[in-house]
Write a protein that binds this ligand. Structure first.
Ligand SMILES: Cc1cc2nc3c(=O)[nH]c(=O)nc-3n(C[C@H](O)[C@H](O)[C@H](O)COP(=O)(O)O)c2cc1C
Length: 186
């Protein structure tokens, strides 16, 4: 079983990664992590190369991700809330998934069908504001990459209780890891 983690937080040992690490502690198989703040992934510049050619012209780490998106069994998307949204770097990453939208809706390419995968969403927030805009955006990302959301882990008010002390969220992370293992064996 192969799992791709997309980390939208700049804090590599922060709240979001604490919950991701709890998942990875219990999940079987290979894991690859993309850190959107530190790996070289530029935003889409709407050059429209992909309207008439296969692939994306921007030669960066996203080329590896495009391949992985057709290989992995699971995707874990993690982000802190920034102004109730996914972080900007994660949205930069998401803009590169426009390639799949172009194939489907502009080039009407029926050959391309990305491998179906299971998805887990991890959202953390310092306050108790609404995470809904971030959840909505994550669902658009999952649609673009043929991923089915099997569970969301929310850890809010991390200013008061950091994720490492949020025992409900930690236990949800463990349970979802076990669920992914189960689905991987089916
Ligand atoms: C620029 C910025 C904007 C933020 N906006 C929100 C917000 O809208 N809602 C919220 O609950 N927390 C907000 N926070 C707090 C973070 O979401 C919170 O500290 C989170 O637990 C950090 O997760 P991390 O350690 O994985 O980066 C914001 C933090 C920053 C730096």
């Amino acid at each position: 079983m192969k799992t791709l983690i997309i980390n939208g937080s700049p804090r590599q040992n922060g709240d979001s990664m604490t919950l991701v690490n709890e998942i990875t502690k219990h999940i079987n198989g290979d894991i690859k992590i993309i850190n959107t703040y530190f790996d070289s992934i530029s935003p889409c510049i709407d050059c429209r190369y992909c309207w008439n050619n296969d692939g994306c012209l921007i030669d960066d780490e996203m080329q590896v991700v495009y391949k992985l998106l057709d290989e992995v069994d699971n995707i874990i998307l993690a982000s802190p809330l920034y102004f109730s949204e996914l972080t900007g770097k994660l949205l930069d990453f998401a803009s590169r998934l426009q390639y799949f939208f172009v194939l489907r809706c502009i080039r009407k390419d029926t050959k391309l069908k990305l491998k179906k995968k299971n998805a887990v969403l991890v959202i953390t927030g310092g306050g108790d504001g609404s995470p809904q805009p971030a959840i909505d955006r994550a669902n658009i990302i999952f649609r673009h990459i043929n991923a089915e959301l099997i569970g969301t882990i929310l850890s809010l008010q991390t200013n008061e209780i950091p994720a490492k002390e949020d025992f409900k969220a930690l236990s949800e992370a463990r349970e979802l890891a076990l669920r992914l293992n189960e689905l991987g064996n089916m």
